[in-house]
Design a protein around this ligand. Structure first.
Ligand code: GLC
Length: 683
């Protein structure tokens, strides 16, 4: 084939800057009624046509010729063959103004077919490569087409046929319960009059919605009209949008979520650099901002541009490892709640999933199946001593792997990836269940650990010195109940209780059924420490004195019992609610929701609360924080319709437990430790 890829910017009213593919006729699968004829104006008519409101552009191989045909405004882009590399970053022909490395003009939609402009990247999993994914050498647009299409169908064909549930790989079931549908009987109807507080919350949530080219694409992090210095709280954060998305989905409003998923997908392959270093291709931004900027050379005309932040502007330059994981988790939720599975089946969406997974599953120096990350790579996005293998990332990673396994189309091209996912799922759950779990019995074992054991069958595998057991824990750990510790590294166990990680271990079944039950039991037992006056503590206990100075770097925002350092975050409520419903303890969630309901509106929906019992609105807390509002609404709706909650969590997957790839058996010199552990863990 000699069709080249051609991308053009269009001007629209309100003007959207977008790239139009010549081979993919439908941008994101949407039609953009406002984005039509002007596209044509920007393109050579012999090369581009509009059909049925779809911008279609066919280019010849003469790239440079096409480029100049677009004109001096620089609003066009056309790549072909080896010229792609040269066109990198949309400089000199299309997206301009990358001044200062930031504020690059946004790309709404990109070319789908880069088949002929690519270098191949091969993943490596268990000595078998992933399917070959063709990507462009460093180009900041999304590599959208893989060598083989998902179902042997026409790549460009947006109409996706209903598929049979997908086949098992590694003996584990993949995909899919398609029985729930928006059009079916499971629509969440509002059966009762909502309370005044809920009405206020809905107004605030709707007021936080951000439009891009006339379509809703997300919600800002906070919208306090009195805040004169919003920093980046006027941006759409990926993680913050999740509760907003669920509130909308549970209320039967799927469009904003679909738009969000597709627009962030396009940002995934943005050219991102921090001091000339480019992080991996699959990275999702922490946040993005919609900017309306004057259109160059057009008096009085404006355009919307998307401006992502991959951490290059974030305080501390932290990479948002959790963004891609949340994106995958939300994609699954969208499918399950709306019944619209065509979104996850799209080629570009499938590629997006694979790129995220590729980043996460790439081999490194690791000895552990857990993801190795820097401090501040998740909700806790400032230094809090969670670098290494923090539980929160592992629980989200596990959830994203389980989501991906359900969503990935299984064919010859993906079967190795799916096998890698299954292997990782089983190794990860074993590792967390075995080594992160603490209860009275386990702490007593650690207390009596021998150290410096050199052998493959050491009991104290990570060489933990018993003196590490903190004083507070000795008194705190209840007789019954337990939890997963915050982090595990050689000679280091971080015994702090991190709420989000523990809750997501319950939701995703990363913990065993018994462990999940015990975690909730502990949360109930330690209600005064973890919930008290405002649900829920982000972690317990706070770092104080010298520990605070060294570990946080003397961070004035993270002083003891404030913000990430033992502050109380109402947004954790929806996730707690989900966990409680899963564990058949909705009354616990109701109790927490009732506490929050008493104060959130009166206190103007704070981002977080301070003090040991969460009595004060946080020192530097934003007001009208969207995920506080959305978390409250989502909790309410989940409690009202627990059957919707069941679409968002995962039960234990017993097949995964059978899946050990270490090839050690009972007769070998070295034994597979999982066989021994399995019987006590499954309970
Ligand atoms: C803070 C939080 C982070 C959140 C962001 C926007 O940085 O630590 O988790 O995403 O604010 O609300």
């Amino acid at each position: 084939m000699n069709t080249s890829t051609c991308i053009a910017m269009s001007t629209m009213k309100p003007c959207c800057r977008m790239l139009v593919s010549c081979r993919r006729s439908l941008i994101f699968g949407f039609q953009f009624p406002k984005c039509n004829h002007t596209i044509l104006n920007n393109l050579s008519k012999s090369q581009c046509q509009l059909r049925h409101n779809r911008a279609i552009c066919g280019c010849s191989d003469r790239v440079l010729g096409f480029r100049s045909a677009i004109g001096a405004s620089g609003n066009g882009f056309c790549g072909s063959g080896s010229d792609w590399g040269e066109s990198r970053g949309f400089r000199g022909g299309c997206v301009v103004d990358r001044g200062g490395g930031r504020g690059a003009l946004g790309v709404v939609s990109v070319a789908s077919d880069v088949r002929h402009h690519s270098t191949s990247v091969e993943g490596h999993v268990n000595e078998k490569g992933f399917e070959r994914i063709y990507v462009q050498g460093g180009l900041n647009v999304k590599p959208l087409v893989i060598e083989k299409v998902e179902r042997g169908g026409d790549v460009g064909n947006e109409k996706v046929e209903e598929e049979e549930p997908k086949v098992g790989v590694n003996g584990a079931n993949v995909n899919v319960d398609k029985s729930k549908s928006f059009n079916g009987e499971n629509i969440l109807t509002r059966e009762r009059e909502v309370s005044e507080i809920e009405k206020e919350a809905w107004d605030l949530l709707r007021g936080a919605v951000v439009d891009y080219c006339g379509n809703p694409v997300g919600t800002v992090a906070a919208s306090d009209p009195a805040d004169k210095l919003p920093l980046n709280y006027d941006q759409v954060f990926i993680r913050d949008f999740v509760p907003s998305a669920l509130a909308f989905l549970l209320n039967g409003e799927g469009d904003i979520v679909k738009n969000f998923l597709l627009h962030t997908l396009q940002l995934q392959s943005w050219e991102k650099t921090v001091d000339c270093h480019s992080p991996g291709q699959g990275l999702m931004p922490a946040s993005f901002k919609v900017r309306t900027v004057p259109l160059e050379g057009r008096n009085g005309e404006f355009e919307d541009v998307l401006d992502p932040d991959f951490g290059e502007s974030a305080i501390g330059r932290v990479a948002p490892v959790d963004s891609g994981l949340w994106w995958i988790i939300l994609l699954r939720a969208y499918g399950r709640i709306t019944g619209d599975y065509t979104l996850q089946e799209r080629v570009d969406v499938q590629t997006g999933i694979r790129l995220i997974l590729k980043l996460c599953l790439t081999d490194g120096f690791d000895m552990f199946p857990t993801l190795l990350v820097t401090d501040g790579s998740c909700m806790i996005d400032r230094r809090m001593g969670i670098h290494g293998h923090p539980l929160e990332i592992q629980a989200l990673f596990y959830s994203a792997l389980r989501s991906s396994r359900e969503m990935l189309t299984v064919n010859d091209a993906t079967k190795n990836l799916v096998a890698a996912i299954n292997n990782r799922l089983s190794a990860l759950s074993f590792h967390i269940r075995e080594y992160y779990w603490v209860d009275m019995k386990k702490i007593n074992e650690i207390y009596r650990y021998k150290t410096e054991e050199y052998s493959t069958d050491a009991i104290n595998k990570f060489n933990i010195y018993p003196d590490q057991i903190p004083y507070w824990l000795v008194d705190w750990i209840p007789e019954t109940g337990g939890y997963l510790i915050g982090n595990l590294q050689p000679a280091h166990m971080d015994f702090r209780f991190f709420t989000l990680g523990n809750i997501w271990s319950i939701i995703s079944s990363l913990g065993t059924p018994k462990q999940n039950d015990s975690i909730l039991h502990l949360m109930e037992d330690k209600w005064d420490d973890l919930v008290a006056d405002m649900p829920l503590k982000i972690c317990y206990p706070a770092l104080e004195y010298e520990e605070w100075r060294i570990i946080t770097g003397s961070d004035p925002k993270n002083t003891p019992w404030s913000y990430h350092n033992g502050g109380s975050w109402p947004t954790l409520l929806w996730q707690f609610t989900l966990a409680c419903i899963k564990m058949r303890r909705p009354e616990l969630a109701r109790k927490a929701v009732a506490l929050a309901e008493k104060r959130l509106s009166v206190d103007r929906w704070p981002e977080y609360y301070d003090t040991r019992h969460g009595r004060f609105i946080g020192k530097q807390s934003r007001l009208f924080q969207t995920w506080t509002v959305a978390g409250f609404l989502t909790s309410k709706m989940l409690l009202e319709k627990p059957e919707m909650a069941s679409m968002l969590f995962w039960e234990e997957d017993f097949e995964l437990l059978e899946n050990c790839v270490c090839s050690l058996d009972k007769s070998s010199r070295k034994k597979c430790s999982r066989f021994a552990a399995r019987s006590q863990l499954v309970g």
